[in-house]
Design a binder for this molecule. Structure first.
Ligand code: UDP
Length: 241
């Protein structure tokens, strides 16, 4: 039996861009797709929220003189491109999928309907949520926490390019300490930058553990989600170790 029954995976745009700074790297996406297919084939109900940082981020282009709300809508549309790319990759690997968008665009995907998304997963389809929450001034991390709560996921995975949470930025601090487990309270108190505070708070309120791991590391998702091995950092309620 897999460790988890239903998982929401947040895939950031930069993961879909592989080593590029912009756009999609389909080889990298195929590698991640194969990891996702393995999780799916192990019997875990899977849904995903895709980011859009590889296309554009609202707050970045705001600095170029574009109104923030307008910039955020552009960012949300970027996530739809990512979702459609990921859908194609997964379907070629034999994984049935549906894309649901928080901004209606019926010619390319279904609108987000909570109960329909649940039904898709029960029927063995992977659901990919795109266009964030549909509202500007939010992030796809917050979207992921929101959808994880709506879907009744027993775990939210934040798939990144680092292997977990450190007490300092490991890129700039040689003495950064890896944390295998922290509490929501610590994550909020210490301003852990791996996710925004509203995403941590939503998961905390709904008792959803957050697993932060390097989604590009081969076998990582299956080890953590199917075999239940301790990989990455888990953020959950309780006393620190
Ligand atoms: N965005 C938004 N509302 C949402 C989710 C996302 O306006 O509910 C916009 C926002 O501009 C954001 C962009 O979409 O910068 C891409 O999402 P994000 O930066 O979270 O992507 P990631 O960093 O995960 O790739």
């Amino acid at each position: 039996m897999p460790k988890y029954n239903r998982v929401l995976l947040k895939l950031s745009g930069e993961v879909l861009a592989g080593d590029k700074h912009f756009g999609l790297d389909f080889d990298a996406m195929r590698r991640i797709g194969a990891e996702l297919a393995a999780v799916y084939n192990a019997g875990i109900q899977l849904c995903m929220v895709v980011g859009g940082g590889n296309m554009l981020r609202g707050r970045d282009i705001q600095t170029l003189g574009i109104e923030r709300a307008q910039a955020d809508y552009m960012g949300m549309l970027g996530t739809v491109i990512n979702a459609l790319g990921l859908q194609d990759v997964l379907e070629k690997l034999g994984v049935p999928t549906r894309v649901q968008t928080a901004i209606e665009m019926r010619a390319v995907a279904e609108p987000y309907i909570r109960r329909r998304a649940l039904r898709h997963m029960e029927k063995g389809r992977v659901v990919i949520f795109a266009a964030g929450t549909g509202s500007p001034f939010f992030s796809t991390d917050t979207t992921a926490a929101l959808r994880a709560a709506e879907m009744g996921a027993d775990c939210m995975v934040k798939g990144t390019k680092v292997d977990g949470i450190y007490d300092k930025d490991p890129k700039t601090h040689a003495d950064a300490k890896f944390l295998s487990r922290i509490t929501y309270r610590e994550a909020l108190r210490d301003g852990i930058e791996v996710m925004d505070a509203s995403a941590f708070s939503l998961c905390r309120e709904n008792g959803i553990p957050i697993l932060v791991l390097d989604v590009q590391s081969p076998g990582c998702l299956v080890s953590a989600l199917v075999k239940g091995e301790r990989i990455g950092t888990i953020v959950e309620e309780g006393e620190p170790e």
